[in-house]
Design a protein around this ligand. Sequence first.
Ligand SMILES: [Zn+2]
Length: 293
Amino acid sequence: MQYRGRFAPTPSGPLHLGSLVTALASFLDARAHAGQWLLRIDDLDTPRIVPGAESLILRQLEAHGLHWDERTYRQSAHQDAYRQALSVLGARADIFGCQCTRAALAQRLPQGPDDAVYDGHCRGLGLEGPVLRFQVPTGRVQLQDRWRGSILRDLTTEVGDFVVRRRDGQIGYQLASAVDEQLLGITQVVRGRDLIGSSLRQQLLLQALGQPVPGFAHGPLLLDQDGRKLSKQNHASPIDDRCPIDNLLRALSALAQPLPEERPDSVPALLHWAIARWNPRALPSTDLTMGHR
Ligand SMILES: [Zn+2]
């Protein structure tokens, strides 16, 4: 089976060094496996979308030589597939309506390793929603991370029933992403370590839908001086398109990959060099704090 990977940014702002590191890791892993690398714009969370951010991200990827295969996919174009998946889960009685208020949840739910853990409050009450939750089975879920090995979670105490349709009627991120991996034939998902909990939930959904589950691999995160993930919310500065070679060298260094002794004379030459030497075993097992520049 041919390797098909993807990068799936939310168009909420320009790429920063942390998102470039994630994009580069998934790109290098796909190309080193002679695989395809797709681009999917995760544009369902409309309150977070910033006008112009999508075209900016596409321009940034191109400036850094991260050319994707096929057309640009958008989650907003896949609503029919999401609704169909929701009805499959409904027919299996795998989902239930939840009418807990945000305030009640914030007060009641314990924090798990990934997210707040729902306590099953509305299970079996036959409520309409608007929020729909996926009812997790009992027992444990195991995710085999290609780079980190086995990751285990107890479904009841560490995961809990999670949202598949949101309060505003929009399909939840976990279901949309799970359906998309299947829709686009993704065989390998490479993403940041902060999304391990999402991978576990998406694996559960794909299994419930009777669909193949892709492989997963989670890379390190870049942290700011305060130990927070570099993100648009933390106002991480956008990468500067005018110096793509410097940005790529910094990203390679963050991924603990070898660096060329002489400065490469072009972006394609650098990427070609890096693909040939891609070594996931060298990836740092802990997150990296970016020093001031
Ligand atoms: Zn509830």
